[in-house]
Design a binder for this molecule. Structure first.
Ligand code: ADP
Length: 523
């Protein structure tokens, strides 16, 4: 159920954390653009945020969207669990309000700091009994979900709702609580349970597959009354945190318009398509942006040679640098890159099935990823069988991700479903053209022969066919460069996407007087 992460986080005990110290006065205030009515206060509750803690796209979004909202003049705070390794990464942390007993007999207090790169204000929910442990943030060392994940994330959600509704932080109460994925899905439920309808809640689904499903006997732990989950939380007899967010939030968003449409149908709705259909008018799709500072080939400190669309020749040095990973690179042979969680969603099994055809085209393959052990094993075996032509790096490595995306000629994304996908956008920005299945956010962001290659039917032969088309284009250097230049010229930064979220927040908060408090259907 959880997002996996191969990196081992949180080995440090709380005792190893630096002493709490006062942060400098925060200089978050930005001028409010004329188009905006007022500086809304937004609490962004989430389980991970780059660069402090990241397992996938959720962490990227939680870093970049709040920063863009801040740039737009909003007063944003990101709320994260106080994982010990996060505390160790922060320069200055100061104590915030004590929340008392939050859930399941667990007390928590808030710690305040700022995000290292952007200065966005941070609220950390400190509850060592739940967050100070080894393994990763969702799973133990052997890859099993922590058995008390319902409490770990229920407590995060409830702490967010407490700040929003009960005004636990003197002098600051959000206008909007923006919850993300199942980890914070209960926040809108608690807000409803406490009544009032203000502040408003927004719930963003970054991936419908991860639902936060728990047996009904966790209800007492979660302070949810009754012996069976209420209808807004119940999912085939169990409690679903994702459903709670979907049902109780004032508005729901997903991370691309196509995915927002797809999840209304059984094929993509993961059993919740009926709930999505019931809330159809309240579910919007807003495509993710990318952090154009972190992902910029002209300034990227992680890559071998920096370049831009006007100096594409320097990109070759990044391809040559892939030799360090065992690829026998040459200008004649295009390198396909994959940087991904290794899960069924991403279609890596189909790439492996298509491997003989890929190699026959003269292409080479490099994969950086971690996840399901069967896929990891197959990738290792493929690399061993085709030394020089296939390289597999099993693990999670942020810097190497930049080097693979800069060094590859093409980024392969044959996802079975893809809520948004970020790697194809990184590929475009780096002139490493995506070859993507036309599904979800990939359909919204990869346009065939305009900024990449898109294919419709998903199978190993269809992947091979799409690669064949891309390789043919690669062998025509002027046409290839034209496509690279077009892809690199795309503006996919966060400011435009953040403006859409702001419209949504303004719409929600601006309707208080006119429509009262009930803006969502509770089932
Ligand atoms: P998802 O959220 O489903 O994992 P996205 O494409 O939206 O997929 O985002 C994936 C993010 O995680 C990207 O920033 C990608 O570079 C990063 N990533 C995935 N796997 C790895 C890995 N093994 N090492 C480094 N970064 C990775």
């Amino acid at each position: 159920m959880s997002r996996r992460m191969s990196k081992e986080y949180g080995r440090n005990s709380l005792a190893a954390r630096p002493a709490l110290s006062l942060v400098q006065p925060l200089s978050q205030e930005q001028p409010l653009p004329a188009s905006r009515k007022r500086a809304l206060k937004i609490l962004f509750a989430v389980a991970e945020a780059y660069p402090l803690v990241k397992t996938g796209g959720l962490g990227d979004v939680a870093a970049a969207l709040p920063a863009a909202l801040m740039r737009a003049g909003m007063d944003v705070r990101v709320m994260l669990p106080a994982y010990p390794h996060v505390l160790n990464m922060l320069k200055e942390v100061r104590p915030g309000p004590d929340l008392g007993v939050v859930l399941g007999g667990h007390s928590a207090r808030l710690l305040e700091s700022v995000m290292p790169d952007t200065g966005v204000k941070l609220l950390l929910v400190d509850c060592p009994a739940l967050y100070a442990r080894g393994g990763n943030i969702y799973q133990n060392f052997t890859g099993e979900d922590w058995p008390d994940n319902h409490l770990r994330f229920g407590l995060l959600a409830r702490a967010a709702a407490m700040i929003a509704v009960a005004g636990q932080m003197s002098g600051w109460r959000p206008d909007v609580l923006h919850a993300n994925d199942w980890h914070t899905g209960l926040a809108p439920y608690y807000m409803r349970a406490w009544g009032g309808g203000i502040p408003k809640s927004v719930f963003t689904i970054h991936n419908m597959v991860y639902q936060g499903l728990f047996e009904g006997d966790v209800l007492a732990d979660l302070a949810i009354p009754g012996d069976v989950p209420p209808p807004g939380i119940e999912f085939w007899g169990r409690a679903s945190f994702l459903k709670a967010g979907l049902v109780y939030a004032d508005r729901v968003t997903t991370v691309s318009p196509t995915y927002a449409r797809e999840v209304r149908a059984p094929a993509f709705g993961e059993g919740l398509d009926g709930v999505v259909r019931a809330r159809r008018d309240m579910v919007a799709g807003i495509v993710n942006g990318i952090d154009e500072t972190v992902w910029n080939p002209a300034t990227d400190p992680a890559i071998a040679a920096r370049y831009d669309a006007g100096h594409l020749a320097a990109k070759a040095a990044n391809k040559a640098a892939l030799k360090e990973l065992g690829l026998a690179v040459s200008p004649e042979r295009p390198v396909l890159g994959i940087v991904s969680r290794l899960v069924r969603q991403k279609g890596i099994d189909l790439v492996l099935d298509a491997l003989p055809a890929i190699l026959k085209e003269g292409a080479q393959l490099i994969v950086l990823g971690s996840g399901e052990s069967a896929l990891e094993d197959r990738l290792r075996a493929a690399a061993a069988m085709h030394p020089g032509d296939v390289a597999a790096v099993i693990g999670y490595d942020e810097k190497l991700a930049h080097r693979v995306i800069a060094g590859a000629d093409m980024i392969l994304m044959p996802s079975r479903f893809e809520p948004c996908g970020l790697t194809q956008l990184y590929g475009q920005r780096y002139g490493s053209l995506p070859i993507a299945h036309r599904v979800g956010g990939l359909a919204d962001t990869v346009h065939d022969l305009e900024d990449g290659f898109a294919f419709t039917a998903l199978s190993a032969p269809e992947i091979a066919k799409a690669i064949r088309r891309a390789v043919a284009r690669y062998r025509n250097p002027p046409a290839w460069r034209a496509l690279q230049t077009a892809a690199m010229a795309k503006h996919t930064g966060w400011d435009a996407c953040a403006a859409l979220y702001l419209d949504l927040y303004e719409d929600l908060t601006g309707t208080d007087d006119r429509h009262g408090t009930d803006s969502g259907a509770v089932t």
